[in-house]
Ligand binder design. Structure first.
Ligand code: URA
Length: 224
């Protein structure tokens, strides 16, 4: 929104009175005098008029190590949620940039910045999500080839982007996928009669779950 419109809306002033506020240097944006007010302001720009805060929302970016059993949601009537783990007054403003199933552990990103979360979850951006997966049988070469070729999901009528498989043991691999379809990893293995018995998200794009972050712990970070 344009700065002068934001100020006019907040102050309930008409055009002339709003212009006067700018001309007399009473509007401050991010610590600087607001000029003629014809610049665009974002949600996280700090705006003051006569020292009174008009908007001052702090962008929040949180990496959380989700334990098994916690729900990837902002509220839940039955179970504790990832937001419940962040005991801060600003936690209810956060939303998730991609969910994990209740019995999956690992990296969850929470933010109040919708553009940022979209940049991580929009499938067209092809952000990789790397999982450590343990299954109840041998991961045979045809499974790896199928994952690397991309898999047809009839329910969504899509072929997944080619995944990256890095075998750790015969029953365990690191798997990087580029979408976030419902139960995607479990469904990929289920096509080969393999059941996922442990699933842990290690990374989202360049963001690695820090080793020092224990289960249930979280840290704030800056995307830059
Ligand atoms: N795939 C799954 O099946 N579950 C998750 O939590 C994430 C990816």
């Amino acid at each position: 929104m344009r700065l002068d419109r934001l100020v006019a809306k907040w102050a309930g002033t008409g055009k002339r009175r709003t212009r006067e506020l700018f001309e007399s240097g009473r509007v401050i944006i991010n610590g600087q005098v607001g000029g003629d007010g014809k610049i665009l302001v974002g949600r996280f720009d700090q705006v003051q008029v006569d020292g009174v805060i008009v908007q001052d929302e702090i962008p929040r970016y949180v990496m959380l190590h989700k334990p098994v059993g916690i729900v990837s949601a902002t509220t839940d009537t039955e179970h504790r949620t990832v937001v419940d783990l962040i005991e801060e007054d600003w936690a209810p403003q956060l939303h998730l940039a991609g969910r994990l199933d209740r019995f999956t552990s690992g990296l969850v990103i929470l933010t109040n910045d919708g553009r940022y979360s979209e940049s991580l979850t929009d499938p067209s951006r092809k952000v990789g999500k790397r999982y450590l997966v343990e299954v109840d049988g041998e991961i045979r070469p045809e499974v790896i080839s199928a994952f690397e070729a991309g898999m047809w999901f009839a329910k969504e009528k899509v072929t997944t982007a080619p995944a990256v498989v890095d075998m750790q043991r015969t029953t365990q691999c690191q798997l990087t996928i580029f979408e976030g379809k419902h139960h995607q990893v479990k469904r990929m293995f289920a096509k080969f009669q393999l059941r996922v018995i442990a699933l842990h998200r290690e990374a989202i794009g360049d963001l690695e779950l820090p080793d020092e972050l224990g289960e249930g712990e979280w840290i704030e970070y800056s995307p830059s």
